[in-house]
Design a binder for this molecule. Structure first.
Ligand code: C2E
Ligand code: CA
Ligand code: CA
Ligand code: CA
Length: 278
């Protein structure tokens, strides 16, 4: 048994080393990724259930490494955050998302895009000004840009967060709280932020209807959002049953594989045009 224990330990140690090595490698290669044009954006459409209309799309980052293949943002975004590279990458995402909004407008498509902000980006006090200058350079109306931030980003420094959000709001940018329900923000705090929407975290939607607790939490979030006059969107909706339940319980919008997977730009504009035609 002792022998097994030691081998297990060595196995874990080896695995940990491999993880550290991979992280180090990815951090180095991420520096080149923008220059080498290995990063791209995909767009996941969001549906307003009642109107049966696409109301916007979330912008999601993709990294195709020439040797390692596709690397998930769930793996590389935290690395980018730890190394500070997220500042450059976040700026790239914002610039490209605004370019796509402008491109869509030229094609006669008025579509709102939601961009994920990282904690480090959100802490930059000149964030509102830098967003303003990107929007101006692409000549896009601010109502077509939404930012997604998490509860923990709000709670870290509440007064600074209020200040930044109020400046974004003055610019008429839409603000959504991402992964809602996984943090610990209280109702009284939420009221203090100028928010537009809550995104119910995927973890509650996964077992919606099946799991009593997840169902109760989802219903509570919807009713809380409504009482604060916020729009509410459920993410990770994969089945018709989940959509039906959300529709019957006053959830405004859905996003998830049931409606559409994240699409590349060409697929995305085709998707939007097809829906207008029918
Ligand atoms: P997130 O912001 O919660 O994004 C939603 C994730 O759920 C995306 O994963 C999306 O592809 C996935 N998803 C959407 N619908 C479904 C569904 O029906 N079922 C399941 N199982 N998954 C679904 P993705 O693209 O891998 O992104 C992972 C995370 O990486 C994001 O979570 C976000 O935190 C981060 N991320 C992605 N792009 C960016 C970015 O441009 N900037 C920053 N700071 N973070 C980003
Ligand atoms: Ca998000
Ligand atoms: Ca989310
Ligand atoms: Ca998430």
């Amino acid at each position: 048994a002792k022998e097994v224990g030691r081998n297990t330990y060595e196995f874990y140690e080896a695995e940990l080393n491999q993880l550290a090595i991979r992280r180090h490698q990815l951090a180095n290669e991420l520096r080149q990724a923008i220059k080498n044009e290995e990063l791209s954006l995909v767009f996941q459409p969001q549906l307003n259930i009642k109107a049966n209309k696409v109301i916007g799309a979330e912008v999601l980052l993709r990294w195709h490494h020439p040797i390692l293949g596709n690397i998930s943002p769930a793996e590389f975004v935290p690395i980018a955050e730890n190394t500070g590279l997220i500042k450059e990458i976040g700026a790239w995402v914002l610039d490209n998302a605004c370019a796509k909004i402008a491109e869509c407008q030229k094609e006669g498509i008025d579509i709102r895009l939601a961009v994920n902000l990282s904690a480090l980006q959100f802490r930059q006090v000149d964030l509102p000004e830098s967003i303003a200058s990107v929007m101006q350079s692409h000549r896009i109306p601010p109502r077509l840009l939404e930012v997604e931030i998490t509860e923990s980003m709000l709670m870290r420094d509440v007064s600074q967060a209020i200040d930044i959000l109020e400046r974004l709001k003055e610019m008429q940018i839409r603000i959504a709280i991402d992964d809602f329900g996984t943090g610990y923000s209280s109702l009284s705090y939420l009221r203090r932020f100028p928010l537009d929407a809550l995104k119910i975290d995927r973890s509650f939607i996964d077992e919606l209807v099946v799991d009593a607790d997840d169902t109760a939490i989802t219903l509570a979030i919807i009713s809380m959002a409504k009482s604060l006059r916020l729009e509410v969107i459920a993410e990770g909706v994969e089945t018709a049953q989940q959509k039906e339940f959300l529709a019957q319980n006053n959830c405004d919008d859905i996003q998830g594989y049931h409606f559409s997977r994240p699409l590349n730009y060409q697929e995305f504009t085709d998707f939007l045009k097809k829906r207008v035609d029918t």
